[in-house]
Design a protein around this ligand. Structure first.
Ligand SMILES: *Cc1c(COP(=O)(O)O)cnc(C)c1O
Length: 401
C-alpha cells in the first residue's frame, strides 16, 4: 500500500466496498411523504419523530419571527448575536429539562464537541460507549484527554476501565468524564442509565448523556430518559439535547447547573467562535417545544406504530428489534445486500435508508426505519408487505459477487 493514495483511488476504493455515499435532492418539506427525483415516496428516513418539521404553527412562528428579527444573527453570542429570543428559548429548555440552566448551540455536533472540550483536556480521561454518536467520539478524541471506550451498554466494562485508569500513574489523577448516548441512534436501544450513574458516582466521574433521540419522544411530556428515571444534575451533570430531530427545527443545547453553563460560555470553542443561530429559529423552536410537550397523541401514535411494526415482523418470522423507540433497525450485515434491499424498497415507493460502516460497525449494515407521528398504521402495513417481498427477492449472501 503506497503511503499516499490519490483522491480518485480513495473514492474508487469506497465504491468497490459498497461504502460510497450519495446525496439525494429532496424537493419538498419533510413529512409522511417526501418528494425525491420527481417521485413521491413514503418516508421512513427522517428523524422528525413528532412530525413537527413542517408543522403550520412552527412555520408561521418562523415567518413572524423573521419579520421581527430579520434573518442573520450577525455575530456570535458573546459579541452581539445573543437575542431575547435565544434567551427565552434557553429558559424554556431549562424548565423543560428541570435543570437550572440551558445553553443553545448551533448543532448537536457542536454541543458535544464543545461540552467535552470544555470539561476535559490533557491529563484528564474520557470514557465512551463504543457505539456513541460520532460527535461524542470526535469530541473525546479531539479533547486531548486520554480516550477509552467501553463495550456497548456495558457498565461493568466501564467500571473496569475506570479502575484500571485510577491504578496507573503516580501523577495527579485528572478529571474523568463518562459520555453516552441516552438512546442509541442506530439501534434505538437505551443506555444502562442507572448503572452508569452508579459507576460515575463511585469513581467521581462526570456523566454526560446525549438525549438526541429521547427528548420529545420518551417519558412524560417527552422529557426524555434521564427525566423518566428521575435523575437530576447530581447524577447526570451534563445533559445534551438536539432540536433538529423530534423538535423539527435545528440546533441543540446543553442543560445543567449554573456553573457548568457559565464554564461552557467561557470555554466551549464551538459555542464561542461561531455565529449565533438565527433568532427566528429560536422563536420557531420555542413554538415546537410547546407543541411537543402538549400533544401527547404524537408520542402515543409513535408507540402504536412501533407495536404494529413489531407484530408485522413477528408474522414474517423476522427478528423483532429490542427498540421501542421510533428507530427500528433491520439487520442485514453486508453493505451490498443492504443497498440492494433499500433500492428494492425505493422501487416500490418506500424510502428507507441503508446504514453502512463507518456509521455502524463492520458487519452490521442495516436498514434504519424511522417512524414519525405523521405516519398511520396503514403505512406500517405497507412497509411490512414491501419488506417481506424485498427480503424474499434478496440474493443470498455472496451471490451478488
Ligand atoms: C443527530 C445526533 C447528534 C447531532 O445533532 P445535530 O444537531 O444533527 O448536529 C448528536 N448526538 C446524537 C446521538 C445524534 O443522533
Amino acid at each position: 500500500m503506497p503511503r499516499t493514495r490519490s483522491i480518485a483511488e480513495r473514492l474508487a476504493d469506497l465504491r468497490r466496498r459498497n461504502l460510497y455515499r450519495r446525496r439525494r435532492v429532496v424537493e419538498g418539506p419533510q413529512g409522511r411523504e417526501l418528494r425525491l427525483d420527481g417521485r413521491l415516496l413514503l418516508n421512513f428516513c427522517s428523524n422528525d419523530y413528532l412530525g413537527l418539521a413542517a408543522d403550520p404553527r412552527v412555520r408561521e412562528s418562523l415567518r413572524e419571527a423573521a419579520l421581527r428579527w430579520g434573518v442573520g444573527a450577525g455575530a456570535s453570542h458573546l459579541v452581539c448575536g445573543h437575542t431575547a429570543a435565544h434567551q427565552e428559548l434557553e429558559e424554556a429548555l431549562a424548565v423543560f429539562t428541570g435543570r437550572p440552566r440551558a445553553l443553545v448551540f448551533g448543532s448537536g455536533y457542536a454541543a458535544n464537541m464543545g461540552a467535552i472540550g470544555a470539561l476535559v483536556g490533557a491529563g484528564d480521561r474520557v470514557f465512551e460507549d463504543r457505539l456513541n454518536h460520532a460527535s461524542l467520539l470526535d469530541g473525546g478524541w479531539l479533547s486531548r484527554a486520554q480516550f477509552s471506550w467501553y463495550r456497548h451498554g456495558d457498565a461493568a466494562d466501564l467500571e473496569c476501565r475506570l479502575q484500571a485508569a485510577a491504578g496507573t500513574g503516580a501523577r495527579r489523577a485528572g478529571q474523568a468524564l463518562v459520555a453516552s448516548d441516552g438512546a442509541f441512534s442506530m439501534d434505538g436501544d437505551l443506555c444502562p442509565l442507572e448503572d452508569l450513574v452508579g459507576v460515575a458516582h463511585r469513581h467521581g466521574a462526570w456523566l454526560m448523556i446525549d438525549e438526541a433521540h429521547g427528548l420529545g419522544v420518551h417519558g412524560r411530556g417527552g422529557r426524555g430518559l434521564v427525566d423518566a428515571r428521575r435523575f437530576g444534575t447530581a447524577d447526570v451533570p451534563v445533559l445534551v439535547g438536539t432540536l433538529g430531530k423530534a423538535f423539527g427545527t435545528a440546533g441543540a443545547f446543553v442543560a445543567g447547573e449554573e456553573d457548568l453553563i457559565e464554564l461552557l460560555i467561557q470555554r466551549a470553542r464551538p459555542y464561542i467562535y461561531t455565529t449565533a443561530q438565527p433568532a427566528a429559529l429560536a422563536a420557531a423552536t420555542l413554538t415546537s417545544l410547546r407543541i411537543a410537550e402538549e400533544e401527547e397523541w404524537r408520542r402515543e401514535r409513535l408507540r402504536d406504530l412501533v407495536a404494529r411494526f413489531h407484530a408485522g415482523l413477528g408474522t414474517l418470522g423476522l427478528p423483532v428489534p429490542a427498540s421501542t423507540l421510533p428507530i427500528q433497525p433491520i439487520m442485514i450485515g453486508d453493505p451490498g445486500r443492504t443497498l440492494a434491499l433499500s433500492a428494492a424498497l425505493e422501487d416500490a415507493g418506500l424510502l428507507v435508508s441503508a446504514i453502512r460502516p463507518p456509521t455502524v460497525p463492520v458487519g452490521s449494515s442495516r436498514l434504519r426505519v424511522t417512524f414519525t407521528a405523521a405516519h398511520g398504521l396503514a403505512d406500517v402495513d405497507r412497509l411490512i408487505e414491501v419488506l417481506a417481498a424485498g427480503l424474499r427477492a434478496l440474493p443470498e449472501e455472496g451471490d451478488h459477487g
